[in-house]
Design a binder for this molecule. Structure first.
Ligand SMILES: Cc1cc2nc3c(=O)[nH]c(=O)nc-3n(C[C@H](O)[C@H](O)[C@H](O)COP(=O)(O)O)c2cc1C
Length: 190
């Protein structure tokens, strides 16, 4: 698949088949992430892979975080149920965190930018392999218990950048539509 086709036809897919993903494909996707640009050669991305049975670990983390956040809310039960099932929406979930180096402190925004590039590389690589993906954020990127698990030091500026869900699409080809964006609306030539 050429780059233009990959960029234009990659879509965020939320409904995945139960079909497992080959480990070699996961490794290719992780390697594509590592090819992302990194200004200070710090390679600040860290990947935490949950596939098949180990998704239960993530499910427990999500549930624990939800219980803290919504402990006094009447939505608690519904939120817990949703969190419990969340990692099982795809056969593979990769939590992506941003690691900042101790000695040399690059501008934090540049490190987030590098990790974001890594995630996009991974999405495109998955797409080129015939897989689908979706980058998810929300509550689960903010929970303290998840930060502890991933050894993310928020006081230093480190953070959970998101969860990349990967699997085979369960949505008919072409059914996830995105209107073609118009670069002219975002651009000024000088
Ligand atoms: C930083 C970031 C966080 C995202 N978080 C979510 C999310 O929590 N839930 C979700 O359904 N999609 C999430 N997305 C995916 C966007 O919804 C998706 O990219 C957008 O709808 C455009 O669709 P496309 O990726 O198919 O082009 C996220 C995307 C980015 C870049």
């Amino acid at each position: 698949m050429d780059v233009t086709t990959a960029i234009e036809t990659r879509r965020s897919i939320s409904k995945m088949q139960d079909k497992p993903v080959d480990l070699f494909d996961i490794e290719d996707i992780l390697q594509a992430g590592c090819w992302a640009p990194t200004h200070y050669k710090t390679e600040p991305w860290r990947f935490h892979v949950f596939a098949e049975d180990s998704r239960k670990i993530l499910s427990d983390i999500f549930v624990e975080g939800i219980k803290v956040k919504y402990q006094t809310s009447e939505l608690l039960d519904a939120k817990v149920e949703k969190a419990k099932n969340a990692p099982f929406r795809a056969p593979v979930v990769i939590a992506v965190t941003c690691k900042l180096e101790e000695e040399f402190q690059a501008p934090v925004w540049e490190e987030y930018a590098a990790v974001s590039c890594a995630i996009q590389n991974m999405s495109l690589q998955a797409h080129a392999l015939g897989l689908s993906s979706i980058w998810r954020s929300g509550d689960f990127t903010e929970f303290e218990n998840a930060e502890d698990f991933f050894k993310v030091d928020k006081s230093k500026g480190e953070r959970i950048m998101g969860y990349l869900y990967i699997g085979y699409s369960n949505q008919p080809e072409g059914s996830v539509y995105r209107e073609e964006p118009d670069w002219k609306l975002k651009t000024k030539f000088y």
